[in-house]
Design a protein around this ligand. Structure first.
Ligand code: ARG
Length: 280
């Protein structure tokens, strides 16, 4: 590849990440709260655990720190740690779930943070599903709404974190959380699936991120945007091959993983990963 095909001449610099994850020991699909979940389809919990362990190994091989929270029986979706809270500057905004089936997870995650000594924590007033709908991109907290997190949670997050919150409207039920339709690659760069957003929100994204990577519908459909980037390495579902090439062209190093069992619950790489952004 020559320089004109690769506009990114400067090597991308990775940052060290501290991550919280929850083993899928109790993972199952016993109810349906998103279009991907079909309780009639069998789930192989053992395979889910193996695939999840491979994701943990990828993070650790990259030098990241992975902390674990104990999974609760009766909370089959608790493996999707991204939904457990939002942590910025060491401040923790707890989650409050839209669906009763996941209600117990919010307090369980908040308890973990308090047990770990986090002092600046907030019991949320408004419905918000953690980093499923809140993604930090440079100075902005990008915030999804439309299916899960309430619009009012955006104001609550802005007040709590003191960061400008950019509200984005999701319009396709298959992309019900922001992190299923948009990935933050670097502080000033995102990848997203335009069709998942309202026209106004697409215009906002174009204005904020004119260089954004636009994912194909095929890559979005295999949850390619449910990815974790450390600024250089992007861990994403291996089926998103087109997106992986787009990322490589931009100077990132894509790392594909297979989380097919966890896709049956409507989640993948990012859903299983909560970033612990400590105070600097
Ligand atoms: N079954 C879960 C739900 O519908 C999946 C959550 C996926 N998590 C995410 N961060 N998108 O709530």
């Amino acid at each position: 590849m020559n320089a004109t095909e690769n506009p990114t001449r400067t090597p991308r610099t990775p940052r060290h990440m501290r991550l919280l994850m929850c083993p899928p020991e109790h993972f199952d699909v016993t109810y349906s709260i998103n279009p991907w979940m079909d309780p009639a389809k069998p789930v192989d919990t053992g395979l889910a655990v193996t695939q999840w362990q491979q994701l943990v190994a990828v993070y650790r091989d990259l030098g990241h720190t992975v902390e674990l929270i104990e999974p609760l029986p009766g909370c089959p979706d608790m493996v999707y740690a991204a939904n457990g809270a939002t942590v910025v500057d060491g401040r923790v905004l707890g989650a409050r779930f839209r669906n009763g089936q996941r209600a117990a997870e919010g307090p369980a995650y908040l308890r973990w943070f308090r047990d770990q000594g986090y002092r600046d924590t907030r019991d949320p007033v408004e419905i918000n599903e953690g980093e499923g709908d809140f993604l930090l991109a440079g100075p902005y907290l990008l915030a999804g709404t439309g299916f899960r997190s309430a619009r009012a949670s955006h104001a609550e997050a802005q007040e709590f974190f003191g960061r400008p919150v950019i509200g984005l409207e999701l319009v396709d039920p298959r992309f019900y959380h922001l992190d299923t339709a948009l990935a933050v690659l670097a502080p000033d760069l995102v990848a997203y699936h335009p069709a998942a957003f309202s026209a106004g929100s697409r215009a906002v994204l174009e204005r904020l991120f004119p260089e954004a990577v636009l994912a194909s519908p095929q890559d979005a459909d295999v949850f390619g945007l449910n990815a974790m980037s450390d600024g250089r390495h992007v861990v994403l579902p291996e089926a998103a091959t087109g997106l992986a090439s787009q990322l490589a062209e931009r100077g990132f190093q894509p790392i594909g993983v297979d989380l097919s069992e966890l896709l049956k619950g409507g989640g993948s790489v990012k859903c299983c990963t909560l970033e612990l952004r400590d105070a600097r």
